[in-house]
Design a binder for this molecule. Structure first.
Ligand code: NOJ
Length: 553
């Protein structure tokens, strides 16, 4: 990419204060220690927002505000970019079969057969990754490429060879691999046998897969995560439907695959938690001393602000977070049980941990927590007053709302219900740090979506994404200054890709991809990120790039 100069004067994140509208809520939140830590973050955020408005030229963030060893990278996942869906011995995965048999479930009817063709083009992709100046890359391993038929079939040597090439090339480029073992995909044969995560037999399958990966790649991979967003994927698989095996029941929907939304998500989650614990135990027992790496887990984390000062809404925000992150993190990090709010609402639909499971969990504590953080919403209580409960937060008897008194919580993104609220990142991190006793946190995803049918000019001159990233990284720096234990940050994502049920209709990439020609074009956001990481310039100085006014005006 051409050299550029300082972006700060002209790229101004639109940090709309959730903060300034909520002093009363802060008082109620400060009851619990985690909430107090979070609330302090918000209070200072208000001041920052005011300062920013007064002195836009002073806004911005510098790589030097982060420790040199802090990881800055980009993230991807196997099914979303690799393509080569039946090449070199790879087995069918759940998404291969789902997209082929149910094209109507994908917005543009397409699939990941080719996607970014990264399996063939990875060398060029790692070059553009390197040109950004990153020191880490988060990617996932396709389970069906390594074990096409699960534990009872053999290991696919060609699949192992592909990830060896990828890892070796990254290391040659000075980029640390940050590897996700499971990012929504599994061999189709296992999905059919166990109905995905519903059958307890999947635990042994997953533990075997993890073991194969630790043995094959652990001499070079030092940062592992067992699962990506299990708290989100189980909802789309077994509560709301939409992701294979597409199970749900009223009030959440009527799914092709049948299902029981009141019970299955929690059974699946229980199996995932125990699969995580089994993998961590294998790593601790057989690999960690020799390989010296760490294993964590990545959860999706929205930040929930109470819609009003009413006690009910304050409790709703708290409850929504329990059903979001604590569902997985409490058993894994605190040892052996689900949050009380879940037990109270779900009763016997929530599994209990047996003494043997609790024992395994004691060995399954994660070394770090990954947070995929994109947005904040207001939480409205649905216990004291009625709401539509067939929603993402419906199981917590909470309704997520984007507006208060007609004012949106933040700017829009393409994804409905996802707003630009950079100042929420700080309390989110503080909350996790406080609740889980300072366990190191990585922001494993953060990114901005655009619709593909946006004009080519806006897709490339993506000032809204520049502002989004700059805003969130600014608040990340603040969190660190205020004592947060954060070790890294990954933009979602390197390349436009197969965005699950949105197919190719939604784009998050630093690089624009033409899916007909596989041409990659750096967006302004790529230039901005490169400038931020290397001190090498501004996205707004590119001759070939017309000035984008939308986000600056
Ligand atoms: C989270 C998921 O991990 C990733 O696969 C997805 O593409 C992004 N969020 C954007 O929706």
């Amino acid at each position: 990419m051409p050299r550029t100069s300082n972006p700060r004067a002209r790229t101004r994140p639109r940090a709309r204060g959730i903060a300034s509208r909520r002093q009363g809520q802060e008082r109620s939140q400060s009851k619990g220690s985690e909430m107090a830590a979070a609330a302090r973050g918000i209070g200072v955020a208000a001041a920052l927002a005011v300062l920013a408005a007064l002195a836009p030229a002073a806004r911005g963030v510098d790589r030097a505000e982060f420790p040199p060893e802090f990881l800055f990278g980009a993230a991807t996942s196997a099914y979303q970019i690799e393509g080569a869906y039946l090449e070199d011995g790879k087995g069918l995965c759940n998404w291969d079969v789902f997209t082929h048999t149910r094209p109507g479930a994908i917005r543009d009817g397409r699939n990941g057969d080719v996607a970014d063709d990264h399996y063939h083009l990875y060398m060029g992709d790692l070059e553009i990754l390197q040109s950004l100046g990153v020191n880490a890359y988060r990617f996932s391993i396709a389970w069906a490429r390594i074990l096409p038929r699960g534990r009872l079939g053999g290991v696919n040597a060609d699949g192992v060879a592909f990830y060896n090439r990828l890892i070796d090339t990254l290391l040659q480029k000075g980029i640390q691999p940050f590897v996700t073992l499971n990012h929504f995909d599994m061999p189709r044969e296992l999905e059919a046998r166990y109905v995905g995560w519903l059958g307890a037999g999947i635990r042994e399958e997953y533990a075997y897969f993890a073991d194969v990966c630790f043995a094959a790649f652990g001499d070079r991979v030092k940062l592992w995560t067992t699962f990506n967003e299990p708290n989100l994927v189980t909802k789309f698989q077994y509560m709301l439907g939409g992701y294979p095996p597409d199970h749900c029941s009223p009030p959440f929907g009527n799914c092709n695959g049948g299902g029981n939304s009141l019970r299955e998500p929690y059974v699946a989650a229980h199996n995932i938690i125990m699969s995580h614990a089994a993998a961590v135990r294998a790593y601790r027992d057989r690999y960690q001393a020799q390989q010296g790496g760490a294993v964590g887990i990545v959860v999706a984390m929205k930040w929930y602000e109470p819609l009003t000062n009413a006690t009910e809404d304050v409790a709703a925000a708290r409850r929504a977070q329990a059903f979001e992150t604590e569902w997985f993190l409490d058993p894994i990090m605190l040892g052996g049980d689900y949050p009380r709010a879940m037990r109270e609402l779900l009763g016997s639909n929530l599994p209990t941990f047996t003494p043997e499971e609790q024992e395994l969990l004691r060995h399954g504590r994660a070394d770090f927590i990954g947070l995929n953080h994109y947005t904040a919403v207001y939480a409205k209580d649905c216990i004291a007053s009625p709401c539509d409960l067939g929603t993402y937060e419906g199981n917590a008897l909470v309704l997520a709302v984007g507006e208060r008194d007609g004012v949106k919580i933040g700017g829009d993104t393409a994804l409905n219900g996802f707003y630009v609220v950079p100042e929420a990142l700080e309390p989110a991190i503080m909350y996790i740090n406080a609740r889980y006793k300072d366990t190191p946190v990585y922001i494993t995803e953060n990114g901005f979506s655009q619709w593909s049918d946006t004009s080519r000019e806006e897709l490339i001159n993506d000032m809204e994404r520049v502002n989004y990233l700059q805003g969130y990284i600014t608040y990340l720096a603040r969190a660190i200054r205020n004592g947060a234990n954060v070790r890294g940050y990954f933009v979602w994502t390197l390349l436009d890709n197969f965005e699950w049920t949105f197919g190719y209709s939604m784009r998050y990439g630093l690089y624009h991809v033409d899916f007909d020609t596989q041409e990659r074009t750096p967006r302004k956001s790529a230039r901005w990120y490169q400038g931020f990481l290397t001190g090498d310039g501004s996205p707004t100085d590119q001759d070939e790039a017309p000035q984008a006014l939308r986000a600056d005006s």
